[in-house]
Design a protein around this ligand. Structure first.
Ligand SMILES: [Mn+2]
Length: 448
């Protein structure tokens, strides 16, 4: 499918159907351009995700109105003052904007209040009180719109899935470029810079989040972002790269972990196999109707089985007992994955009324839902040796007894392994958008 004009009217109709109202205006305020502290240096602009969903418009200081009765979508771009044109360039004309965006009408932002007041509607539906424009004659309602948008964004359209496939391919190829370059690099920052370059040159200049590049024990810090450590000539280390670029505001989120020297060996090979088994077990179980927390528990079970087989957990205890005591959360302390879309940690993880499970590890799960076709989620199991968590486990008599601490000590220098893909839930299973290789033999062949 060719990626053409962003289907803003299709998205607006989905939101309107969720609202189920016969009249009123849906109103969203786009993000404003900000400057660094007390200077005129502009910060990188990124459109607010809900606004993008209703417009496909990525420029600053704009507004959008959707009339629920007439189904007319009006984009209100920022009216650039004449004396700013020499700095910002000639703004597009109304006709150019109508040709480029899937909207019915262009009104300049300076006419926002009159466009609202002359609409004939009685209520303005907005996300936040602070968004509601001053001097409007309509009632404002900020209670209903958020859920209507969340429940639209949760189910990705064919168009959205194709954009996400494209950005997953761009980011996957960048991961491969890093694997190829690693043995000729000296530090994490070179890989960080290479990822940005390899995604930007294929059309994705923005990152969905700041890349994480951690070698050795740095991989054990889940959101490590310094990316500045030297390899110190040690190419036996594992390198964890969690990085994904953004395309048209749609995120990718991919993690690969590879040895800098291109050969999985010894404990690194053992550890990697366990995490890969965790991910494969989940990927084969995913389909509509599956409860997301059950997938987290499945990954936790595979991790305990693997760690016991590898000698990190004692052989005399049953897997069942260790799972009941939350032993899995010591080395797999985060949630299995999350929804992804316009935001890397996308909206709709917890439906209204659903609470977090207050148990180690699984309490950090970013989603508790029964999966449905059209959801896009990440599957990102990991095993880490985080000193702070291990020290706590060691000093807890209830937990400590399950571990062979000398073996844990030996594995600790590996830091950690995470493997992460983005997948679409389909009617029958999944469509994996991520194409970066993850079998050890494939990665070794690329790095040879
Ligand atoms: Mn992720």
């Amino acid at each position: 499918m060719a990626i053409t004009k962003y289907p803003a009217k299709h998205n607006a109709a989905k939101v309107a159907a969720n609202l189920g109202l016969s009249e009123g205006l849906v109103y969203l305020k786009g993000d404003i351009l900000k400057e660094r502290h007390d200077t005129d240096v502009e910060l990188t602009f990124r459109q607010e995700s809900n606004f993008y969903y209703l417009t496909g418009f990525a420029e600053h200081d704009a507004h959008v109105i959707y009339n629920l009765k007439t189904q007319k979508l009006t984009l209100l771009p920022y009216r650039l003052p004449d004396d700013h044109i020499m700095w910002m360039g000639m703004p597009p004309t109304e006709a150019e904007l109508l040709a480029k965006y899937d909207v019915d009408e262009i009104v300049w932002s300076t006419d926002l209040v009159s466009a609202i007041n002359n609409s004939g509607a009685s209520t303005l539906y907005a996300l936040h009180e602070s968004d509601v424009p001053k001097d409007i004659s309509l009632k404002a309602n900020t209670d209903l719109l958020k859920e209507a948008i969340v429940n639209a964004r949760l189910y990705k359209s064919a168009y959205e899935i194709e954009v996400m496939r494209k950005i997953n391919h761009i980011s996957s190829n960048a991961h491969v470029a890093l694997m190829k370059a690693a043995k000729n690099c000296q530090s994490e920052v070179e890989l960080d810079a290479l990822f940005r370059y390899e995604t930007a040159r294929f059309g994705a200049r923005a990152q969905a989040y700041e890349p994480i590049v951690g070698v050795g024990v740095n991989a054990a810090t889940l959101h490590y972002g310094r990316n500045s450590a030297s390899f110190n000539g040690n190419y036996d280390q594992l390198c964890l790269v969690d990085a994904g670029a953004e395309l048209g505001c749609y995120a990718s989120d991919i993690t690969r972990t590879f040895p800098l020297n291109g050969k999985y060996a010894g404990d690194a090979k053992t550890l990697y196999s366990i995490v890969l088994d965790m991910q494969k077990a989940v990927l084969s179980a995913l389909k509509p109707g599956v409860q997301w927390e059950d997938m987290h528990r499945l990954a936790a079970k595979i991790s305990v089985e693997g760690l016991q087989k590898a000698g990190l957990l004692k052989a005399e205890f049953t897997v069942q007992e260790m799972l009941e005591k939350h032993v899995a959360a010591v080395c797999f302390p985060h949630g299995l994955g999350h929804g992804i879309g316009l935001d890397v940690h996308d909206v709709g993880g917890y439906p209204i009324g659903v609470q977090r499970i207050q148990e180690p590890g699984i309490r950090y799960l970013r989603m508790r839902r029964q999966l449905e076709a059209g959801f896009v989620v990440t599957v990102e199991p990991g095993i880490y040796f985080t000193k702070f968590i291990l020290d706590e486990a060691k000093s807890n008599a209830e937990i400590s007894k399950y571990f062979n601490w000398d073996v844990v000590e030996r594995f600790s220098k590996l830091g950690g392994v995470r493997i992460e893909d983005c997948v679409v839930i389909t009617e029958t299973g999944i469509d994996n958008l991520t194409i970066a290789p993850k079998e050890m033999a494939e990665i070794e062949a690329i790095m040879a």
